[in-house]
Design a binder for this molecule. Structure first.
Ligand SMILES: Nc1ncnc2c1ncn2[C@@H]1O[C@H](COP(=O)(O)OP(=O)(O)OP(=O)(O)O)[C@@H](O)[C@H]1O
Ligand SMILES: [Mg+2]
Length: 563
């Protein structure tokens, strides 16, 4: 047996004779019934324990993967407290200068369970701590059986997304209502498997709720491949988003070209003319008051005519420049084929109800998710388009609240582009609406899923509004620090392993799981994966021939903008 006398294990309160008497030379000894250390110091959320290095070496040979990794950072241990067990996660370790072969470790408490009298097994695990151990209490490795109790479902609706690390067979479940109820964030450096994980989670949610309502904003056009069968794929060719659905702020972003004091002047003119154009609509007759924001159709031609008339009323000394600027931008938008998905002549009719039904999947008709591929939207207006879609989700939720509530999940890839931190903020409408949804969406049944590789570039406060954080490997220290700040105290032990996660592995903590866990995601079938596979340069560079046609086709598509 290792030299534990220096830590006085023999006099530890919770010691049982069989714990310390087992001989290390006995064949196939069950390492889990022998302590690996003792508790030295306790505080509210965790404790300091002394671990025997030699015991860890013995445990490493165990056939139970949970016991084999006992004592390693991010893994679990259990502490005997009276006739029950306290489960904790190893946060950090350092050499004990005073004890040869000794290690001092800090652990975070996870929760507690009772011990079954006859078998000594852990059962009835609950999060949180009601009874703290005393210094001197014995520390044991947690077994796969213990972990199964910790990660057992409590009966709420869940989706299974992978396996709990380090076990081979414990399924990792996420509670759907809790995950969606308080927003979630999916973080990880590039190539760690975020998009595939997002597809996996959305597929599982879709299987659990085939009548759901999910909108995925897809800036790279990756997800259409993954949701061919269960999703409604919308891109510039079939989105047909009417321009008149824009509110005034979005109109300004789309139409005004000036900056500084000129912009204010242009905005005032646009507001006046836009309101008149909306008033001219036949629908306006039925409304008491029509504002610049009222989502009723108006004709582009009406707007240009009104601008023209207003310009005619000016006296000679006043400049017409603002009117000319607005008019020429309107003409440009109407004429540019890249903007046809919004400004096509077909979009003048009142299609608001159809548009909402289509993008929110109401009814879902077996396709509970709409993938809005904005990759071909001209980049200067992508954020306005995303703002408009997000605002529609939020406004719809607000105005349908008194009716039968239909919660909607809005998932946003590359979220740092749309809700940037102060340093990169440009005051655009998309940042404002997404921050608002993060703050208030829950009350109206709007859930936000933010996916990003740069959590430190996200607006402050948005990450902390996410009840569940799913973090894959983050290589950058600043990003790690941001995630740590947003994660609950008890998950710190897991956090330390974020830089060391493998691809397709993550740490999940927060509302969506009963206890923080490290998960290896399931392998997702080929046809359910987003089109984001890493290209093989060697293979592709070996494919020769047909270059001329390839360039020709590319140039054609380029010029025609995908048409
Ligand atoms: N669960 C999984 N099942 C099968 N393949 C996976 C899984 N997770 C990741 N992969 C593979 O790993 C590669 C990278 O994954 P993915 O595109 O999801 O990474 P990413 O984090 O979204 O990268 P980026 O930040 O560049 O968007 C892909 O080739 C994908 O097929
Ligand atoms: Mg991706």
């Amino acid at each position: 047996m290792a030299d534990m006398s220096s830590h006085n294990f023999a006099t530890a309160q919770a010691a049982k004779p069989q714990d310390l008497a087992a001989s290390p030379s006995a064949p196939a000894v069950d390492q889990s019934v022998r302590p690996i250390g003792i508790v030295l110091e306790i505080n509210g959320a965790g404790s300091q324990v002394a671990i025997d290095l030699q015991r860890l070496t013995e445990c490493a040979k165990s056939s139970d993967p949970a016991v084999a990794l006992a004592g390693q950072v991010g893994n679990q241990i259990k502490i005997q407290v009276g006739d029950g067990w306290l489960l904790a996660t190893m946060r950090s370790q350092k050499k004990d200068a005073n004890t040869p072969g000794g290690v001092l470790a800090v652990v975070d408490f996870l929760g507690e369970g009772a011990e079954e009298r006859l078998t000594g097994k852990l059962h009835s695990f609950q999060r949180g701590v009601t009874r703290y151990p005393m210094p001197g209490a014995l520390v044991f490795p947690a077994t796969t059986a213990d972990l199964r109790q910790i990660y057992a479902s409590d009966g709420r609706n869940l989706i299974q997304i992978g396996k709990v690390f380090p076990t081979n067979d414990i399924r990792a479940g996420v509670y759907v209502d809790a995950l969606l109820g308080k927003h979630f964030a999916l973080l990880g450096s590039t190539g760690t498997g975020k998009s595939t994980a997002a597809a996996l989670i959305l597929h599982r949610i879709g299987e659990a709720a085939p009548q759901g309502h999910t909108i995925m904003i897809d800036p790279h056009g990756e997800y259409s491949a993954a949701f061919r069968e269960t999703g409604m794929i919308l891109d510039v060719s079939n989105l047909q988003m009417p321009y008149w659905l824009m509110n005034f702020e979005e109109h300004c972003e789309m139409i005004l070209t000036s900056s500084g004091p000129n912009r204010q002047e242009d905005a005032e003119i646009l507001a006046k003319c836009l309101q008149q154009a909306r008033m001219k609509s036949r629908m306006a007759e039925g409304f008491g008051k029509v504002t610049v924001d009222t989502p009723i159709p108006y004709l582009m031609n009406d707007l240009t005519t009104i601008l023209q008339n207003e310009m005619g009323k000016l006296d000679k000394s006043t400049t017409t420049a603002p009117y000319v600027r607005i008019r020429s931008k309107l003409d440009e938008l109407k004429g540019d084929p890249r903007y046809q998905f919004m400004f096509s002549g077909m979009l003048v009719g009142d299609t608001m109800a159809e548009f909402i039904a289509k993008i929110f999947r109401l009814p879902s008709r077996g396709r509970p998710i709409s993938i809005i591929d904005v990759s071909a939207v001209p980049s200067e207006v992508t954020s306005t388009v995303v703002a408009m879609l997000s605002r529609l989700v939020f406004d719809f939720a607000i105005w349908s609240r008194e009716d039968h509530m239909r919660p909607i999940l809005l998932v946003c890839e590359e979220a740092h582009r749309y809700v940037p931190n102060e340093k990169n903020a440009d005051g655009s409408s998309v940042g404002k609406i997404l921050s608002r949804i993060a703050k208030e969406g829950r009350k109206y049944g709007v859930s936000l899923g933010l996916i990003t590789q740069r959590p430190s570039d996200l607006a402050e406060g948005v990450l902390s509004q996410c009840g569940t954080i799913i973090s894959m490997r983050l290589n950058n220290e600043r990003d790690q620090a941001f995630v740590k700040a947003a994660m609950p105290e008890g998950a710190r032990g897991f956090l330390e392993s974020i830089p060391a996660l493998r691809n397709r592995e993550c740490i999940i903590c927060g509302e969506g799981v009963s206890v923080p866990m490290r998960v290896s995601f399931d392998d997702l079938e080929d046809f359910k994966r987003p089109a984001s596979a890493d290209p093989s340069f060697v293979e592709l560079w070996n494919e020769v021939g047909g270059e001329e046609e390839l360039i020709h086709r590319t140039v054609q598509r380029w010029r025609a903008n995908g048409r």
